[in-house]
Design a protein. Structure first.
Length: 462
């Protein structure tokens, strides 16, 4: 059955539980205010002189369960849906390990969210009819959300039987590219039937073919970002060292037609440039690209994609993770890069072929292992933290100011699907905005929950 958003429960439970401070606002009025603000000033950056921060974080009850699952700034509201174990509309229990995600506009004020599930080959198929490898456990689900009323309408499996679908990215032609974060293959210690390490395309509308896009490379994939003007696809690799890649398709918008895979190289450096330490923030680096001769190597016998590019001078990064297109640029994350190995945020500009270090974490207390990333319609960046200890969702302005926007506060005692445990150390993942900018969606990977947040976005940088 659809999970409906109970507005009475939202108003009843939507108050802070600390200090008696109420942070609830009538839901309809909140949405109306947000809509009016967006209509008057849509897609503009934040006003000059406005603080990037929304203020202190306060415990706030979930509009669906009434539980204080998040800390958020005053004025924001949220609801949850798509929990691990929830029965989906197709009769399939929702798989766990929620990760990368994107939204797509649908009719009548509705959205489609395509969501990754980073499950391994030992967890079993959750939708064998949508299979690539019948013995793998990962894949994607698709959720239909009514953005006018804050309501989950339907959800169903959209790709199954792949491995460790970590992140990915949306395309301008209306699909989600889901990425396998592994190069596992059949072996004595697993039950896989086929090699892995590929990208798969999942249409937001319609069925997937479960066809691996082998020309895009076999590597430990993380995320992608697509240039809407050229259809070039930029890919990140979650290894250390790792490369930053560009796939130039033979036919724009038709990735299955093949293309050329390339790796970023810092111009003027005959040897592979190491970006992992010793970098200067805001210093532009000119780049060029080297071609990967064998994008689908036979492993472990053949040289990896990274080894091929690195031998030609391709640059080295430390565990590249999230990537997102915005402002005519690609923003991507090195989760353990930097002098203190706590993370770097990079900006690549295709029109002038330059790379810039936008931000480097000086300490874990500031930013601890950023992972997924997205660009706000109003100009800022959202960073999903995957470190140790308390986990935060951070905002980052394009001039390098960082602040905390949300904190994981998930502690359960069987209230939903008999799930119990302290999950406050679980990572944020899959941050993505609705096309109109009023809703921010994200996941907490374990126990596997999807959140939808709305509120006074114009008060800050997101």
């Amino acid at each position: 059955m659809p999970t409906r958003f109970d507005r009475r429960a939202f108003l009843r439970h939507g108050a802070a539980v600390a200090g008696g401070i109420s942070v609830a606002a009538p839901f309809q009025a909140l949405v109306a205010r947000s809509r009016d603000q967006d209509d008057k000033n849509r897609w503009k950056n934040v006003r000059r002189g406005c603080s990037p921060d929304y203020g202190p974080l306060l415990p706030l009850n979930d509009g669906t369960t009434g539980l204080p699952l998040l800390l958020l700034p005053e004025g924001f509201e949220y609801l949850t849906f798509g929990w691990t174990g929830d029965l989906m509309s197709d009769g399939t229990p929702t798989p766990g390990s929620h990760d990368g995600m994107a939204t797509f506009r649908a009719k009548h004020g509705r959205l489609l969210l395509v969501r990754n599930h980073e499950r391994s080959g030992s967890t079993g198929a959750f939708a064998p009819n949508l299979a690539y490898d019948p013995f793998a456990g990962g894949g994607t689900t698709t959720l239909e959300f009514d953005s006018k009323h804050g309501e989950l309408i339907s959800h169903y499996a959209s790709l199954s039987v792949t491995v460790r679908n970590c992140a990915g990215g949306l395309t301008p032609w209306g699909s989600w590219l889901t990425c396998e974060e592994t190069v596992d293959q059949p072996a004595a210690n697993n039950d896989l039937a086929l090699p892995h390490g590929y990208i798969f395309e999942v249409p937001a509308f319609g069925q997937t073919t479960a066809q691996p896009l082998k020309a895009m490379g076999r590597l430990v994939h993380e995320a992608i970002a697509v240039d809407p003007y050229t259809s070039n696809v930029y890919e990140t690799e979650d290894s250390n060292p790792s490369g930053f890649y560009r796939f130039v398709p033979n036919r724009a918008g038709h990735l299955a037609s093949g293309g050329t895979l390339q790796m970023l190289k810092i111009a003027g450096h005959p040897l592979a440039y190491d970006t992992r330490t010793g970098q200067t923030q805001d210093e532009p680096l000119d780049v060029e690209w080297v071609t990967i001769d064998t994008p689908d190597p036979l492993l472990p016998a053949g040289p990896t994609v990274f080894a091929q590019g690195n031998a030609k001078g391709g640059a080295m990064f430390a565990r590249l993770e999230g990537a997102w297109w915005g402002h005519g640029k690609v923003y991507f994350v090195s989760t353990s890069g930097g002098n203190v190995a706590q993370g770097q945020i990079w900006e690549y500009e295709p029109t002038c072929e330059t790379l810039r270090l936008l931000f480097e974490s000086p300490a874990a207390e500031v930013l601890n292992a950023p992972d997924n990333i997205c660009v706000s319609p109003r100009g800022g960046l959202v960073l999903c933290e995957d470190g140790s200890g308390a986990e935060f969702l951070h905002g980052l302005t394009l001039n390098g100011e960082i602040f905390r926007f949300a904190q994981n506060n998930v502690v359960l005692n069987g209230e939903r699907n008999a799930i119990s445990g302290d999950f406050r150390g679980s990572e944020f993942a899959g941050a993505t905005y609705s096309p109109d900018g009023r809703w921010l969606f994200f996941n907490i990977q374990s126990p596997g929950i999807t959140f939808a947040v709305t509120g006074p976005w114009r008060k800050g940088a997101l």
